[in-house]
Design a protein around this ligand. Structure first.
Ligand SMILES: C[S@@+](CC[C@H](N)C(=O)[O-])C[C@H]1O[C@@H](n2cnc3c(N)ncnc32)[C@H](O)[C@@H]1O
Length: 405
C-alpha cells in the first residue's frame, strides 16, 4: 500500500518536473500539453463531444463557424452570435465564475486563446449547449421520430441548450430537470423569456413526477452512466413518454475497442470489463485515489442488450443510431493488433504492481473480451452480424432511440 502511494506521488512529481522543463523551454507548447492532459481526464462522453465539435469540417455542420467572425467589439455579443446562446446565459456564466477566466477580450477567438487549459475545454462545452441540442434534434427529425412537438423533457439538462433548441424546433412546452443549482440557474438563463419553458431543480431518481403530463420527446444526454440507478431512470423516463413519443439517450460503450484499451473516464486499460466494485478497486490501486471517488463518478456499465431489455420491459422498442463510429470493420485487424500490444505492455508494467487476485480478475476479463472479439470477427457472415459487431465493438457511444407505437 505504502509502495503504491509513493509510486503515485513519484509519478506526479515526475509529471510536474516534465511540465516545468517544457514550460521553461516553450510556455505555449507546455500549456497545450497540459490542456491535452486535462482533456484526457474529462469524462469520455465529454471528450468525444468536444472532439466532434472542433474537428475541422464538422463545425459548419454544427453551427460553430470555423473562422472568427469579422472583428466584433463585444465579447458577449460575439459568443452570443457564434454559439447561438442568449446574452443572459453568457452573462450568468460570467457571473458564476467557472475558474480564472479573463473576460476582457473583445471577441471569442482572442478570449478562447487566453483561456486556462481546463477552461479551454469546459467553456466551449457549456457555450455549445444549444448547438449540441440542435444536432440531436436534427438527428431525430431526420429519422422521423419527432411526430408531435407538444411537450419535451430533458433529464440532466445541464446548461439547458437542448431546451432552447427544442423551442426553436417548434416544441410548445419544454422542461429541464437538473440536480445542481448553479446549472439550474444557467439553464433558466438560457430559456429566459421563452414561453412554455421551465427548469426544475430535482433529482430525477427521487423526484415525484407522477402528477406531470406526458412528453412527446425525452432526452438524457451524457447522464445515465453517472446515475446510481439507471434501471429506475429508464423506468421513470418510459413512464413519462406519450404514445407515439420518443426517448433518446447517449451512453458510453464499455466494449468499444478504444475504451478497453483505455477507458474514456480515467484512461485505464481493461477497467470497463470489470463490474463496478472491482473497477473501483482497480481504479484505487492504479491511481492511489479512494474507491469512493470512483463510486461517486461512475455508475455500472452495461451492454447494449441490457438497455434494450430494460426498455422492452417498459413497453418500448429501441435501436442504435449511426453515430460515434470509431472505425470500419476493415480497421478491426489493426485495432486488435494495437489492443494486444497495449495488453502486452500492461502485463509487463502494470500487472506486477497490482494485487495478485485483482490482476488475475483483470487478465481473465480481458482474455474473455479478446476471445469474444476474435470469435465475433471471424463470424461476420451477413449484414445483421456486421451491424451487431459494429454496435458492440466499433461505437464509442450509443445514441439509443426508443419509441412506443
Ligand atoms: C455531463 S452533464 C450533461 C449535461 C447536458 N445533458 C448536456 O449534454 O450538456 C450531466 C448532467 O446530469 C445532471 N444529473 C446527474 N444526475 C442527475 C439526476 N439524478 N437528476 C438530475 N440531474 C442529474 C448533472 O448535474 C449534470 O448537469
Amino acid at each position: 500500500m505504502v509502495n503504491k502511494v509513493s509510486d503515485s506521488i513519484l509519478r506526479y512529481i515526475k509529471r510536474f518536473i516534465r511540465f516545468a522543463q517544457r514550460f521553461v523551454q516553450d510556455p505555449r507548447l507546455a500549456s497545450d500539453d497540459l490542456a491535452k492532459y486535462l482533456f484526457l481526464k474529462l469524462p469520455g462522453s465529454l471528450q468525444l463531444r468536444l472532439r466532434t465539435l472542433f474537428r475541422p469540417g464538422v463545425q459548419s455542420q454544427t453551427g460553430i463557424p470555423s473562422s472568427p467572425s469579422s472583428k466584433p467589439q463585444d465579447l458577449v455579443a460575439d459568443i452570443t452570435s457564434q454559439f447561438c446562446v442568449p446574452e443572459t446565459f453568457v452573462r450568468r456564466y460570467r457571473e458564476q465564475g467557472h475558474g480564472p477566466i479573463d473576460w476582457s477580450s473583445s471577441n471569442w477567438k482572442e478570449f478562447f486563446e487566453h483561456l486556462p487549459p481546463l477552461q479551454k475545454i469546459t467553456v466551449p462545452y457549456a457555450m455549445s449547449t444549444v448547438i449540441r441540442g440542435r444536432t440531436m434534434l436534427s438527428l431525430l427529425e431526420s429519422q422521423a421520430h419527432l411526430r408531435k412537438k407538444n411537450r419535451y423533457l430533458d433529464v440532466g439538462t445541464g446548461y439547458g441548450g437542448f431546451l432552447r433548441a427544442a423551442k426553436e424546433a417548434g416544441f410548445k412546452e419544454v422542461m429541464g430537470i437538473e440536480l445542481q443549482q448553479d446549472l439550474v440557474d444557467l439553464a433558466s438563463a438560457n430559456v429566459y423569456g421563452l414561453p412554455g419553458a421551465q427548469v426544475l431543480k430535482e433529482d430525477f431518481l427521487t423526484g415525484d413526477f407522477s402528477g406531470i403530463q406526458g412528453f412527446d420527446l425525452i432526452t438524457c444526454n451524457d447522464v445515465i452512466e453517472h446515475v446510481d440507478d439507471p434501471r429506475l431512470a429508464i423506468r421513470k423516463m418510459c413512464g413519462l413518454m406519450n404514445e407515439g413519443g420518443c426517448i433518446s439517450f447517449e451512453v458510453p460503450n464499455k466494449d468499444a475497442i478504444e475504451f478497453v484499451r483505455a477507458d474514456g473516464h480515467f484512461l485505464i486499460f481493461g477497467i470497463t470489463q470489470l463490474p463496478k466494485d472491482q473497477a473501483a478497486e482497480y481504479y484505487a490501486a492504479y491511481t492511489g485515489a479512494q474507491q469512493s471517488v470512483y463510486f461517486f463518478e461512475m455508475g455500472e456499465m452495461y451492454e447494449l442488450d441490457w438497455y434494450f431489455k430494460e426498455l422492452r420491459e417498459n413497453g418500448v422498442s429501441a435501436f442504435v443510431a449511426d453515430t460515434h463510429s470509431i472505425g470500419a470493420i476493415e480497421d478491426v485487424p489493426n485495432l486488435m493488433k494495437d489492443l494486444r500490444q497495449v495488453y502486452k505492455e500492461w502485463q509487463a508494467e502494470t500487472k506486477p504492481k497490482l494485487d495478485v487476485a485483482l490482476a488475475q480478475r483483470i487478465t481473465s476479463s480481458v482474455d474473455t473480451y479478446i476471445q469474444d472479439l476474435e470469435r465475433d470477427f471471424s463470424n461476420l457472415t451477413d449484414h445483421p452480424s456486421k451491424i451487431r459487431f459494429k454496435n458492440k465493438y466499433l461505437r464509442a457511444f450509443w445514441t439509443i432511440i426508443a419509441t412506443r407505437d
